[in-house]
Design a protein around this ligand. Structure first.
Ligand code: GLA
Length: 696
């Protein structure tokens, strides 16, 4: 049984890991263990009695509290901060009850209650046994008859083994430069990563990996986690004055408040975390498997090779140009044709149209159904770009409902890309979007939607908010999930892509709705190697939409660009009329090759053999789940000659199986190929794709 309960003490075990906590003798919940699974449930440490010495070092600072409230003399980062109706700002949580649910995904809930006020807090734990992951979320319920203001409600606090020296890996960047991997030591104090932008953000990602400074891709202890949320979030790594390192993660408390009315329950998003001794690669494998197996709406359904019209025509959309692109795309073997921005009412440039989600009558006098029919006749499915949360002031929608946007009445409504944000916390906005988009999807044969979100928040006001206007940060995301979820449920054939000016909204929350993510607006192939390396820390290749474009002053050779994009869900977005016949022929060959390796890339295990982390060469390998087939991608960017490229050690093969590696002599055991090191010769901006096959 994965959850062992005894005497107010709980051990949660997964395949290889364990997590333990209990009620200390002062009645508070104390964390005791997170790491490798031990031989017997009796091996785990029990909570230590609380200690304190001198008037300055109180138990609140010394304990490894499982879910600390802001109370008493607690100066460390709390998980919960409240103000009661009488002005008291101190929440003292006491243990009430524990409930264990066995079954396929065993769960534990711990009910706590404030020592004085009728406020109930339930900590939920779910063990994803096969994945070595644990999921935590929290429900706060007001059992009284006066409102309580919540000022912080985190999903989890994760304690690392006491006394360790740790290093934090996290993802940072900016628009068109997302997903840059950073590793830095954790020293005493706080390291905060967060989003205040309404979406997950390009700039920081709700993901962490902590190691002892010695882990690499293959080995070493790594504690890692994510938050499944698509709005403002916060992650605080704290090293206390007493060498206790912990990571709190949850909704951002920046400008946040929630007025919890009598009888109301507030539920946080889920935080997931795991431990592995198999290094950063091992941590990624766990997340990849979990996402692919359990989250994606269409599961392991292979993603089509798509063509997207954006980089070819931008706003200059016409039926003729779309058709011409569609014909060329079909000849290259593309399976899905996606019409990007520029197709709807009065959308000739970025200054008008957002909000009016019907085909532009000038560009499409007969609507878009004739185009869809032609695309279908060419043997391709049809997909469409939308940006539902936005409105241009120059739109019918805004003229009718200027009050629907996020704003403060006395402040200028800051436009970014000439657009404002609809307040998706409002039920009338939700109803409008569901109606207009449901109509669009019902009346057309659309099987793919790219859902975009092209700006961040400003003046986050909600003049006639039903509760505290600062609830907007959460109510907006709940509204987004509601609108999108309703449409997804009504149109189950649609595969959704989450885009926010590239990778601005990529998280495990959105992957309940979207099957893939538009990783970055930066599609320049060399830059893309590092971007994809960062993305792959968290997300599996099937979710990584990667397009071959013309971006860059001197784009890399076409084959190099294809190879970079073939490491995810392959797409093309370029003016194909400008490609020579030879380029289109090469493109067609590579599309055909991609279709052959697609199951290995999209469903296989990914190994970052030479991670693209500032090096002029990188290599990534994918291995099919049955280990019969594998594919190796290798890249050299820029480095002066003479140069000696490092050897590549394959991974993930069956050590006892026999394999051939394309371009290398002979048949060897998997064990041999994984240990001998392959030497590839590559010129600047040259890439290689090698197939590896098991020989029967
Ligand atoms: C965003 C997206 C692009 C494209 C444009 C259209 O920038 O990231 O891929 O769809 O919007 O306006």
């Amino acid at each position: 049984m994965p959850i062992h309960a005894r005497d107010h003490y709980w051990v949660l075990e997964s395949k290889n890991t364990a997590y333990a906590f209990g009620v200390a003798n002062d009645g508070a919940l104390a964390h005791t263990y997170w790491g490798p699974r031990l031989k017997s449930p009796g091996d785990y440490p029990e909570p230590l009695p609380p200690t304190a010495w001198a008037s300055f070092n109180a138990p609140g600072q010394l304990a490894t509290a499982e879910y600390p409230g802001y109370a008493g003399s607690n100066y460390v980062e709390p998980c919960l901060k409240t103000t009661f109706a009488d002005g008291v700002r101190d929440v003292v949580l006491q243990f009430v009850r524990a409930d264990v649910i066995d079954g396929d995904s065993p769960a534990l809930s711990i009910t706590l209650r404030d020592a004085y006020y009728p406020l109930q807090v339930v900590l939920h734990y779910r063990v994803h046994e096969q994945y070595d992951l644990m999921e935590r979320w929290v429900e706060v319920k007001n059992l009284g008859d006066t409102p309580v203001t919540l000022e912080r409600v985190w999903s989890a606090l994760w304690h690392l083994p006491l006394g360790g020296k740790y290093r934090l890996s996290h993802l940072a960047g900016r628009h068109i430069d997302e997903w840059q991997l950073h590793r830095e030591p954790l020293n005493v104090g706080l390291k905060v990563r967060e989003s205040r932008r309404l979406t997950t953000s390009h700039n920081a990602k709700p993901w962490f990996a902590v190691d002892r400074g010695v882990a690499d891709e293959v080995q070493g202890e790594v504690w890692f986690g994510v938050l499944a949320w698509s709005g403002n979030w916060k992650m605080v790594a704290e090293v206390t004055d007493f060498s206790s390192t912990r990571i709190g993660i949850g909704l951002n408390d920046w400008d946040f408040a929630w007025r919890l009315t009598p009888g109301e329950t507030f539920t946080t998003p889920s935080a997931l975390a795991g431990y592995t001794a198999a290094g950063f690669g091992g941590a990624s494998h766990i997340l990849h498997d979990y996402i692919r197996d359990t989250l994606l709406p269409h599961g392991k359904h292979l993603h089509p090779v798509l063509y997207n019209s954006w980089e070819a025509v931008f706003f200059d959309v016409s039926e003729a140009a779309q058709l011409q692109a569609a014909e060329l795309a079909a000849q290259m073997g593309v399976e899905l044709f996606v019409m990007d921005d520029g197709w709807f009412h009065q959308r000739n440039y970025e200054d008008a149209g957002l909000g009016d989600w019907w085909p532009d009558a000038v560009k499409f006098p007969q609507g878009i159904q004739p185009l869809i029919a032609r695309v279908n006749a060419l043997g391709m499915d049809f997909g469409l770009w939308i940006e539902p949360e936005m409105v241009n002031p120059d739109s019918d929608l805004y003229r009718q409902h200027p009050d629907w946007v996020i704003h403060f009445p006395t402040r200028t409504r800051t436009e970014m890309r000439n657009q404002l944000i609809l307040n998706l916390g409002r039920s009338d906005v939700q109803a409008y979007l569901i109606e207009v988009l449901d109509k669009l999807l019902s009346e057309h044969n659309i099987v793919f939607v790219k859902w975009d979100m092209n700006r961040n928040v400003s003046e986050p006001g909600w003049p006639d908010a039903p509760g505290d206007a600062r609830e907007i940060w959460v109510r907006y995301v709940q509204g987004l999930y509601h609108v999108w979820g309703t449409l997804a449920q009504r149109h189950p054939q649609v595969l959704w892509q989450s885009c926010s000016g590239g990778g601005g909204r990529a998280d495990l929350g959105i992957l309940h709705l979207a099957d893939q993510i538009w990783v970055s607006d930066n599609t320049e192939a060399v830059a893309r190697l590092a971007i994809q390396n960062g993305f792959a820390q968290v997300f599996p290749a099937i979710t990584m939409e990667a397009q071959v474009t013309q971006m860059g002053q001197t784009p890399a050779p076409l084959e190099f660009r294809f190879h970079v994009s073939m490491m995810g869900s392959l797409g093309i977005s370029a003016d194909l009329t400008r490609w020579t016949a030879a380029e289109r022929e090469l493109g067609a060959q590579l599309v055909a090759q991609y279709k052959e390796i697609r199951p290995i890339v999209q469903l296989g295990d990914q190994y970052r053999l030479l991670p693209a982390e500032g090096q002029p060469f990188s290599a990534v390998q994918y291995v099919s789940p049955d280990r019969n087939e594998s594919v190796l991608f290798a890249f050299r960017t820029h480095i002066p000659e003479p140069v000696f490229l490092p050897p590549i050690y394959l991974r993930g093969l069956d050590p006892d199986g026999c394999y051939t590696v394309e371009g290398f002599e002979g048949t060897r055991s998997g064990q041999a190929w994984m240990n001998i090191g392959l030497y590839l010769r590559l010129k600047d901006l040259e890439s290689k794709l090698l197939r590896i096959r098991r020989v029967k």
